[in-house]
Design a protein around this ligand. Sequence first.
Ligand SMILES: Nc1nc2c(ncn2[C@@H]2O[C@H](COP(=O)(O)OP(=O)(O)OP(=O)(O)O)[C@@H](O)[C@H]2O)c(=O)[nH]1
Ligand SMILES: [Mg+2]
Length: 234
Amino acid sequence: MRATVCLPTYNERENLEPMLLALRDVLRDGDRVLVIDDGSPDGTGELADRLAGELSFVDVLHRDRKEGLGPAYLAGFREVLGTDAELILEMDCDFSHAPADVLRLVAAAEDGADVVLGSRYVAGGGVSNWGLLRLAISRGASLYTALFLHMGVSDPTGGFKCFRRDVLETIPLDRIDAKGYAFQIETTYRAKRAGFRVVEVPITFSDREAGRSKMSRAIVLEAIWRVPLLRVRR
Ligand SMILES: Nc1nc2c(ncn2[C@@H]2O[C@H](COP(=O)(O)OP(=O)(O)OP(=O)(O)O)[C@@H](O)[C@H]2O)c(=O)[nH]1
Ligand SMILES: [Mg+2]
């Protein structure tokens, strides 16, 4: 099944080229990468254009300003749904998600999963070099989500995912306005509620080595108020 990896970037100048070269080594003929850059002030967008000129599997979507991961992914999904891609992946551009794991997510979708989650908290998965606070926030978010949404998913906030295209054609993308981690929870929740099969695949998540994290207090707070709302919103 042909796959397109959506790669959102905001100030990922040091990471983008090594990331695309690593993906080139794992992707199959016909697979593609869509870089979604939100006008990065560090020039990541221009770099992406140059690399797209050199690497035939790369496309770039430019957006004017930074609005968060959610809107960036939604713009990317809409663009990819206009192509013949059968699988649509989400992946960070900071090497927290290992390029070598992409095909494991793809394989699970080819085996029949509708949504595949790269999961840190199932047997065989894990986190390397995270501080105690970061781990506590992430585990806390998983428990909080389970309390309200009962999805039966161990790692609902992760951002390494693979969707079959009919999932993204079925769930109402225009009703999703979550920006941060809540976006990851909401897409999986809506897919489950629509009857799609969600499968977790173990991954090891590594903290970024280059560039800066865009994680913020606002992103955590957004998840805290949005998660209970998902239960009542259509
Ligand atoms: N286009 C776009 N990309 C973004 C935005 N915010 C974050 N990103 C990208 O999304 C990916 C994940 O963001 P990170 O900053 O690594 O945030 P995180 O992975 O939640 O947090 P860390 O684990 O601390 O790195 C990276 O590739 C970022 O460059 C945004 O508003 N727009
Ligand atoms: Mg990151």
